[in-house]
Design a protein around this ligand. Structure first.
Ligand code: UP5
Ligand code: MG
Length: 198
């Protein structure tokens, strides 16, 4: 029997908008599996013997975007490893046209994108959040952050706009407290028909 399609929600928004924070909460409440493309890339960067570790580090520090073949494979492997899940929250991907085209090439027949959760937040708020995060990320410094914001505005916003034209974007302001943001997100998931555990 053919394997059922992976049920996917893309979660996009500026650097530090709270994608990871919100996805953790959705995972706890709904049982969706949270896959952060950035976390998967950081893990691969640390993996001994990785042939792409250095390339990933260069992109992360420069706030530029890793070629899709690398990211998409990491995402697909993680989905396969997770097995049965009601859905997957793919956090921070697709970030540019290359990501979008690569995803379609590799995953269109294996995954259904239900909607895009867009966490909108003013850039200065986002930058301050990242600077205050204190997790030692090599890209949480003023210089990398400015580059990440430029990349977001130039490359990722057009992807969000692409999905907006398809009527697939659900926007939530992530400026309020994390609990308030989550409560708006719960409404979005309910409206989309995910009522289990909510
Ligand atoms: N915080 C969160 N929500 C808050 C709230 N409502 N009120 C107050 N504080 C809040 O949150 C950031 C900080 O803000 C935390 O301290 C949190 O407590 C607080 P977080 O949830 O971590 O935000 P998030 O949006 O996940 O921020 P992140 O920095 O992870 O976003 P980026 O999109 O910049 O980073 P990512 O890890 O996705 O990507 C990093 C790099 O990897 C990219 O720049 C790129 O070089 C590379 N990459 C690719 O090349 N391809 C990909 O597909 C993905 C990544
Ligand atoms: Mg994150």
């Amino acid at each position: 029997m053919a394997r059922p399609l992976y049920n996917v929600v893309f979660v996009l928004g500026p650097p530090g908008s709270g994608k990871g924070t919100s996805c953790q909460k959705i995972q706890e409440k709904l049982g969706f599996v949270h896959l952060s493309a950035g976390d998967l890339l950081r893990e691969e960067r640390q993996r001994e013997g990785s042939e792409v570790g250095r390339l990933i580090e260069e992109h992360i520090t420069n706030g530029s975007i890793v070629p899709v073949e690398i990211t998409c494979k990491l995402l697909e492997n993680a989905m396969e490893a997770a097995g049965d899940a009601p859905g997957f929250l793919i956090d921070g991907f697709p970030r540019n046209q290359d990501n979008l085209e690569g995803w379609k090439r590799q995953m269109d027949e294996k995954a259904k994108v239900n909607f895009v959760l867009f966490l909108s937040c003013p850039v200065e708020v986002c930058i301050n959040r990242c600077l205050g995060r204190g997790q030692g990320r090599t890209d949480d410094n003023e210089e990398s952050l400015r580059k990440r914001v430029v990349t977001y505005n130039t490359h990722t916003l057009p992807i969000i706009e692409y999905y907006m034209k398809l009527g697939q974007v659900k926007e939530v302001s992530s400026e309020p407290t994390a609990d308030e943001v989550f409560s708006s997100i719960v409404t979005v998931f309910k409206d989309a028909g995910y009522t289990a555990n909510l």
